[in-house]
Write a protein that binds this ligand. Structure first.
Ligand code: ATP
Ligand code: MG
Ligand code: MG
Length: 281
């Protein structure tokens, strides 16, 4: 296959989203598999972007945490801009939810906690993810969470819409402030985590719509349908966490990942039977 940067031999395409294509590759120098993310050319055509891409890649590379995909290298070969990452063998959380539907309480909390720990490390280092969604959460075969794409969304643009009109990130997981195109901080990631918890618990996202704008408006204005109305097996403790994480008013939302981690741990310890609704039959 093609060799990038004199050492990364492209093996096969493993995925691709709005911004980039991802390939499995082999680093010839260290004789190990890596994942190489190649940015789509429309994002590499201006110098401002390239500076931002390198700066954000450096920021993301400064993170070192067992629940965050490691970044090994960043570079360019002619006009191909690439990012080299740890290769994760496993599935994305999106694939898992698609296959299994709603996850068991233990699995939802176990995965949620590992995402929160990844965010805690990033937020301690003043890095906001901005694109927390199940496609960016990889789960290894032995159940370990690896969050990808830290800082990448910010590298592309400081707003949620690029100059070519593409929406960055998935609007299904946007916080209300992100949906408005407003100022985004750590609390935005906590809202997105709340939506991911909702999807793990119920098997679906709370807001669907005909267009990105109609979904964005729901994040801003519409109340979330209670998870327990979709899946009555959801305990009250988990429902309370989801509702607190997805508060539209940032001041009512969780203050930090530490608080959400503690509540997730508590939710596992609740006596079984403390469900939101007691059915008559
Ligand atoms: P978007 O570009 O809109 O964020 P996305 O997150 O689905 O969409 P990518 O981040 O480009 O797109 O990733 C595409 C796919 O590549 C992922 O869904 C995943 O299956 C795979 N992938 C990404 N990173 C890795 C990795 N480090 N190891 C193994 N597979 C990966
Ligand atoms: Mg991704
Ligand atoms: Mg992405």
């Amino acid at each position: 296959g093609k060799i990038l940067g004199n050492r990364y031999e492209i093996i096969e395409k493993i995925g691709g989203g709005g911004m980039a294509l991802v390939y499995k590759a082999k680093c010839k120098l260290l004789n190990r598999y890596v994942a190489v993310k190649i940015l789509r050319p429309e994002f590499t055509s201006d110098e401002e972007f390239i500076r931002s891409f390198k700066k954000e890649s450096q920021a993301a590379a400064s993170l070192s945490h067992p629940n965050i995909v490691n970044i090994y290298d960043v570079g360019n070969d002619d006009d191909i801009y690439y990012l080299v990452m740890e290769y994760v063998k496993g599935k994305t959380l999106k694939q898992i939810i698609k296959e299994k539907g709603p996850l068991q309480l233990e699995e939802t909390i176990n995965i949620g906690k590992q995402i929160a720990l990844a965010l805690q490390h990033a937020h301690n280092n003043h890095i906001v993810h901005r694109d927390i969604k199940p496609h960016n959460i990889m789960i290894t075969d032995d159940g370990r969470v690896k969050v990808t794409d830290f800082g990448i969304a910010k590298a592309v643009t400081s707003s949620t819409v690029t100059n070519t009109g593409n929406v960055i990130g998935s609007v299904h997981y946007f916080s209300p402030e992100q949906a408005r195109g407003g100022y985004i901080d750590e609390k935005s990631d906590l809202y997105s985590l709340g939506i991911v918890l909702y999807e793990m618990a119920t098997g679906k996202v709370p807001f669907e719509g005909e267009s990105p704008i109609s979904i964005a408006l729901k994040h801003i204005h519409e109340d979330i349908k209670l998870p327990s109305e979709i899946n009555k097996n959801i305990p009250k403790a988990l429902e309370d966490i989801i509702l607190k994480a997805t508060q539209k008013d940032q001041t009512k939302r969780y203050n930090s990942t530490k608080d959400i981690c503690e509540d997730l741990e508590q939710a596992l310890k609740q006596p079984s039977g403390s469900f939101v609704k007691i059915e008559d039959d």
